[in-house]
Design a protein around this ligand. Structure first.
Ligand code: TYD
Length: 133
């Protein structure tokens, strides 16, 4: 599976909008963990890692930021600013997040618990492991 933007089901009426995400239905994995990133007032870039196995869906609930994805062959930059869309970030994809607005809130759904040994935090190691796969 490659990283890709997906449209989420948005139920909009006069009261506002509700967006629903179901594991194995709207997204191609079961959800084991949810976390969110907020308080990005200092606009400090973050990420700078890949995962050996983890798959994630990232949704920008508020504000915006720029997500840079690198699968070793090509790099892409995506502006995350739409709570009605999510981006699937596959395993073995280097990700960096930058250009946060002060009000930015990023919701992340993941298919596994937090495991530090699943992280690849060094870009040279990432390139090496891609070659070995
Ligand atoms: P970090 O990996 O640095 O964030 P980013 O994805 O932006 O690179 O995570 C920040 C801190 O939060 C770090 O101490 C690890 C911790 N953490 C957890 O305990 N559980 C989690 O699910 C995540 C994603 C991070």
């Amino acid at each position: 599976m490659e990283s890709k933007l997906i449209d989420l089901p948005v139920f909009k009426d006069h009261r506002g909008s509700l967006v629903a995400i179901e594991g194995q239905r709207n997204i191609p994995f079961e959800i084991k963990r949810i976390y969110y990133i907020l308080g990005t007032e200092n606009n400090e870039p973050r990420g700078f890692h890949a995962h050996k196995n983890l798959q994630q869906l990232m949704v920008c609930l508020k504000g915006s930021c720029v997500l840079t994805l690198d699968n070793g062959k090509s790099k892409s930059k995506v502006l995350l600013n739409n709570p009605g869309q999510g981006i699937i970030v596959d395993k073995m994809v280097w990700r960096e997040m930058s250009e946060f607005t002060k009000d930015c809130i990023i919701l992340v759904l993941a298919n596994d618990y937090y495991k530090e040994d699943d992280y690849i935090r060094n870009y040279q190691d990432f390139k090496y492991l891609l070659k070995m796969n």
